[in-house]
Design a protein around this ligand. Structure first.
Ligand code: NAD
Length: 456
């Protein structure tokens, strides 16, 4: 993708090489004393792909198959992702080579704390240096351990809370972070459907209202994307999980499906829906928007020719292989690329970092003021017109924005602005949205070097 995008730019080869390479990689091995007293050597990495902006930012994954190449590649994707959504960070990624299910909670805590210590010792963590976040196999709990370890080892008291994001809200996290990626997916798709010109090319009406949506993966991202798209008027016609899929032309009630799965252990057998025993068949369902939100490599050159969706919203990382991408573009399918569409998480992580550095909850300084202003405006209208409004309507209309409102609004603004930029680049270069997203990212990183006159 990088090479394809480069061919649309006129940056010197040396500059493109500098943008592509991983700036720093820290490989560490340290001992873990297991609960049974045995010693095990743990392997771990932290990659800082691009120092064109500080800090660098990216998750830490705990996975058995993690390796140096993967961490470096994922760190580079973070650089491009941040650039695309105008988050002023370079890209980073960390990995610890373990299967978290094979370790007790106290072993996981010892691994996490030792990893943080190693990062700190080599200056690979800090609010202005490198800020990790959750990724595969990690959660807000691991982020709280990282913060506590960092706190106990530095005298950076004023800004230490910003050394990691994705923390629990009571430990300096921000409201709305958990659902941010799925919400961002929905905002991105809504914006893509806003262009009557683009929708006409696909044979669709403008807007998401009434569009049939199929979602693969009812996890964090898939669930929230489906939830917010349904709120915007889309009809959820298909859901796929690993045990199978369900379909209903009339639409599925998302919460009822979640409840049904909790009660029965499966989405199959949902009242009023048709069961599809082979989960992957759901990708081939007749629909307007297909949202793969489970795993990478789901749409390949084998099933791509049979896809009937007009729009694919890549909520998961890498759900469409390169072969399939070419086939789908040839078929006229609009692919909204992962590198843009699932950037909601890092966007809200940026808001968390800002909150930590400012030491003020979003909305604290303005909520009450806004409410009083709105009440005064409503009173003036009521006095001038003589209309009466019920008290609950007055309180709804006058409410000042709280942290969640502001985070969601900032996320929506970010996703809309970034989409408009990518669409412009796609038109200018007569290319697809994915290539356009990479061109846009490369150009933004190149500005840093060009402005210094390094590559005149
Ligand atoms: P998750 O584990 O919460 O959800 C994944 C869901 O997919 C699970 O419910 C799982 O049962 C289901 N699934 C697994 N295999 C399946 C299959 N073959 N068919 C259908 N469903 C299947 O994970 P998540 O956090 O929602 O992440 C989903 C994807 O989004 C991943 O690719 C992840 O890398 C990407 N992503 C997540 C975030 C985030 O903030 N969580 C951010 C960016 C990208």
């Amino acid at each position: 993708m990088f090479a394809k995008a480069c061919s649309h730019t006129d940056h010197p080869d040396g500059l493109l090489k500098q943008i592509k390479i991983c700036n720093s990689m820290y490989y560490m091995q340290f001992p873990l004393k297991r609960d049974d007293g045995s010693i095990e050597v743990i392997q771990a990495w932290r990659a800082e792909h691009s120092h064109h902006k500080h800090p660098v930012k990216g998750g830490i994954r705990y996975a058995e198959n993690v390796n140096e190449d993967e961490v470096a590649a994922l760190a580079s994707l973070m650089t491009y992702k941040c650039a695309i959504v105008n988050v002023p960070f370079g890209g980073g990624k960390g990995g610890i080579k373990i299967n978290r299910n094979n370790y007790s909670d106290s072993e996981l805590e010892r691994i996490t704390r030792r990893y943080t210590y190693e990062l700190l010792k080599k200056n690979f963590i800090g609010p202005g240096v490198d800020v990790p976040a959750p990724d595969y196999g990690t959660s807000s709990r691991e982020m709280a351990w990282i913060l506590d370890t960092y706190n106990s080892m530095t005298d950076d008291i004023l800004s230490s809370e910003a050394c990691v994001t994705g923390k629990p809200v009571r430990q300096g996290g921000v409201r709305g972070r958990n659902e941010a990626t799925g919400r961002g997916v929905a905002y991105g798709i809504v914006e893509a459907c806003c262009s009557a010109e683009d929708m006409k090319k696909l044979g669709l009406e403008r807007g998401v209202d009434g569009k049939r949506v199929v979602v693969q993966g009812l996890g964090n991202v898939g669930y929230h994307a489906a939830l917010y798209l349904a709120e915007e008027g889309a009809t959820l016609t298909g859901i796929a999980e690993y045990e199978g899929a369900i379909y209903s032309e009339k639409g599925l009630d998302l919460q009822a499906v979640v409840d049904h799965r909790r009660n029965t252990g499966s989405i199959l057998g949902f009242p009023g829906a048709t069961d599809i025993p082979r989960s992957s068949d759901a990708l081939l369902l007749e629909c307007d928007i297909l949202i793969p939100a489970a795993l990478e490599g789901q749409i390949t050159r084998d099933n791509a020719p049979h896809i009937k969706a007009k729009i694919i919203g890549e909520a998961a990382n890498g759900p469409v292989t390169a072969d399939a991408d070419a086939i789908l573009l040839e078929m006229g399918v609009m692919i909204i690329p992962d590198v843009y569409l699932n950037a909601g998480g890092v966007t809200v992580s940026y808001f968390e970092w800002l909150k930590n550095l400012s030491h003020v909850r979003f909305g604290r300084m303005s909520k009450r003021f806004e409410q009083s202003s709105n009440e005064r405006i409503i009173k003036a209208i009521v006095d001038a017109t003589g209309i009466t409004l019920p008290p609950e309507q007055i309180s709804m209309l006058s409410r000042g924005a709280d942290e969640l409102d502001l985070v969601n609004s900032g996320l929506e603004e970010t996703m809309i602005t970034a989409y408009k930029e990518i669409r412009e680049v796609a038109k200018e270069h007569n290319t697809d949205l994915r290539t356009a997203a990479f061109i846009n990212a490369i150009d933004k990183v190149a500005v840093y070097y060009n402005d210094m006159g390094i590559f005149p």
